[in-house]
Design a binder for this molecule. Structure first.
Ligand SMILES: [Ca+2]
Ligand SMILES: [Ca+2]
Length: 320
């Protein structure tokens, strides 16, 4: 039985995890020497361009509005604002979700000559429409650009009739969970829901994550955001919550689709219960890789051999 003494200050553990996730999205922007025609040692076959007249605000050039980025690390370029040119200003680049509600990347660079460019050090998420803008800052004033949206690189989706997870990309269990939980095989989350048996030692067909544990799967085919929920996670034993992340690349970045969603609904004839997720909640258009993370957050060691969310299967409800 769990007692009050067992209940830890979960807050700081959750906080630490959030900080880690945000840190993984921290991006560094670097000035591109030579962009805008200044200070480049790179030979160029083009004649020296006529300097562009600078307007009162920065003008977004690339990625152009509604364009699809050609790379996971596209070059963002603006035409400088008057009096915010090289030696006069810095430019803050910001990329958000299309709604502007969630920041994806940000950073500052010194103004180039006429134009200022930046590249984020880490990849942008695939399969999303993002928005970007800049603010030019001098010592005492600032001017902002408009905001433009662009599409990131499309997810490479394979055609498949099966909506279930195909392979395991990676997984993680804490040393404490490995020492105490009995069901640790990540392969158990692949394929259709098939868990069953009885506790504590005769269950089969799931992986118990324990606090801090996760498993990442490749669906090979893609889930797409259509009206309603798009992805289902089957969870065995009790109704423990699950946190789901999605990506268009096995190496991420992953977007949080839902946090600590209780898996409490059971289909007739299915041992596991399920919880559903809407890609649209994170403004993700399509995704192929999912990271399923424990959402129970009960500290290890717990009082069972199935501590944490027990993952049986992952199903795409809206196959692309
Ligand atoms: Ca949806
Ligand atoms: Ca299973």
């Amino acid at each position: 039985m769990r007692t009050l003494q067992d209940s830890p200050p979960h807050f700081w553990m959750r906080r630490a995890r959030l900080v880690f996730l945000r840190a993984s999205l921290l991006l560094f922007v670097s000035a591109l020497p030579g962009c805008g025609g200044g200070g480049s040692s790179t030979p160029s076959p083009s004649p020296t361009p006529t300097p562009e007249p600078l307007g009162p605000t920065p003008v977004l050039i690339t990625p152009a509005a509604n364009e699809q980025a050609a790379s996971d690390t596209p070059t963002f370029t603006v035409r400088n604002a008057l009096n915010y040119d090289q030696g006069q200003a810095t430019y803050d680049f910001k990329v958000t979700t299309a709604s502007g509600q969630r920041e994806i990347a940000s950073g500052s660079v010194p103004a180039g000559l006429g134009r200022t460019s930046a590249i984020f050090a880490t990849a942008l998420p695939r399969g999303m429409t993002l928005a970007w803008s800049v603010v030019a800052r001098s010592a005492s004033t600032e001017v902002a650009s408009t905001t433009a949206t662009f599409r990131t690189v499309a997810v490479a989706c394979q055609a498949s009739a099966s909506p279930f997870a195909k392979t395991v990309v990676d997984s993680f269990l804490t040393a404490c969970t490995i020492a105490h939980n009995h069901y640790q095989d990540p392969q158990a989350v692949l394929g259709p829901p098939d868990a069953g048996g009885s506790g504590p030692d005769s269950y089969f067909g799931f992986m118990s994550l324990g606090e801090g544990g996760y498993v990442t799967v490749d669906m090979q085919s893609c889930a797409q955001d259509l009206p309603g929920v798009d992805v289902r996670v089957y969870q065995s034993v009790s109704q423990e919550p699950v946190t789901l992340f999605a990506s268009g690349s096995p190496t991420g970045p992953f977007q949080e689709i839902g946090s600590r969603v209780r898996c409490g609904t059971r289909l007739p004839g299915t041992f596991s219960r399920y919880c559903d997720f809407d890609l649209g909640a994170a403004e993700v258009s399509e995704a192929r890789y999912f990271r399923i993370q424990d959402g129970e957050l009960f500290p290890c060691p717990g009082d069972t051999v199935t501590e944490g969310a027990d993952i049986d299967a992952i199903e795409i409800l809206h196959l692309k």
